[in-house]
Ligand binder design. Structure first.
Ligand SMILES: [Zn+2]
Length: 340
């Protein structure tokens, strides 16, 4: 029996009401990326009683996440938990009535359609445009509404895409911007007040879509929390949009991502050449002679003099401290023979 006292204040808000609350309870939302925006969205939707959440994220928590990412605590960082797992644990403690699932993976052309299958709405909590173009392709193809959100320094943006009814991300931005031209949060920084507001607006869009009440954001909303400028511009569907008009899904149909790529300054990620499932306990045992090992159900954290490695059960390895892919490959082959 749902605890309606819990939701009484939002049910008294007329556009939601008891019927809207029931729709939230029956809703299934997939949150792709659980950093600052994603954890804000998970918190808002979980507290509001959205019945089923799937949280997808590729990363392990770091201390620098705590300033913005509202679901996490110091203890989660000490336990070296993946963000998706820590977020799921926390929101289950906040609301035990909802179903929460965590998936620790990198979203890719190979898995995204499966990850969003059956979702009523998909929420963007990623931190890069390449992932958003992939989300756009997958959601347009699957006909799933999705809510884009971006935040950098003090300015943010959000847009709601209703496939077939409203403009999609590629109607607004046809090509992926040059990565050099895009500053990242690592370089430009980001304010927690901004990610709070953008994730709140994204959550509210999801709530409107699930309840069917209110009008979804019809265009592009830009805001700056420092200068307090809010600007809503109307965008139109493009008759020649590659994705929603021509049904050409360049990002979804792209070849799988290179096995190794640079994630940021002095951070590399290596993906296994073939699917594997590592026995983390056995591997942790053998790695103890090489360096300091910490491990949990999801990953091994290995500290070596030259680098730190996060080795995930699916064979993905994040390497901190090396910038050269070949040295990283050599190191990973030495540490994890199963990945050679
Ligand atoms: Zn489009």
């Amino acid at each position: 029996m749902p605890d309606n006292e819990r939701y009484s204040r939002q049910m008294r808000f007329a556009p939601i009401g008891p019927a809207g609350q029931e729709r939230l309870r029956n809703g299934f939302v997939v949150i792709l990326g659980c950093g600052a925006l994603g954890s804000g969205i998970v918190q808002n939707l979980g507290r509001a009683g959205v019945g089923r959440l799937r949280i997808v994220d590729r990363d392990v928590l770091e201390m620098s996440n705590l300033a913005r990412q509202v679901l996490f605590e110091e203890e989660d960082v000490r336990r070296r938990l993946p963000k998706a797992v820590a977020a799921a644990e926390r929101i289950r403690r906040i609301n035990s009535e909802i179903q929460v699932e965590s998936v620790v993976t990198e979203i890719s052309p190979g898995n995204i359609l499966q990850l969003i299958e059956g979702a009523n709405v998909v929420a963007d909590g990623t931190d890069n445009m390449e992932a958003r173009f992939l989300i756009n392709d997958a959601c347009v193809k699957a006909g799933a509404p999705w809510v884009y959100g971006g935040a950098l320094a003090s300015s943010g943006m959000t847009m709601t895409v209703l496939p077939g009814r409203s403009p999609c991300l590629r109607c607004v931005l046809e090509e992926l911007p040059d990565p050099q031209a895009l500053r990242s949060c690592n370089e430009a920084g980001v304010l927690n007040t901004l990610t709070g507001i953008v994730s709140a607006i994204q959550s509210n869009e999801v709530i409107k879509l699930l309840t069917g009440a209110g009008e979804p954001n019809p265009g592009l909303l830009r805001l700056d929390v420092w200068t307090l400028e809010f600007n809503r511009s109307v965008v139109k569907r493009r008759a020649d949009c590659p994705a929603c008009a021509l049904k050409r899904f360049d990002y979804l149909d792209a070849p799988p991502r290179e096995a190794a790529f640079v994630r940021g300054r002095s951070q590399l990620e290596l993906n296994p050449a073939r699917p594997v499932k590592l026995d983390l306990a056995a591997l942790a045992c053998s790695l103890r002679q090489m360096g300091k090992v910490e491990y949990n159900d999801y990953l091994i954290h290995l500290t070596l003099p030259e680098a730190q490695l996060a080795i995930f059960q699916d064979g993905r390895v994040i390497i901190q401290g090396l910038t050269d892919v070949e040295s990283a490959r050599r190191l990973v082959r030495t540490c994890v023979p199963a990945l050679a």
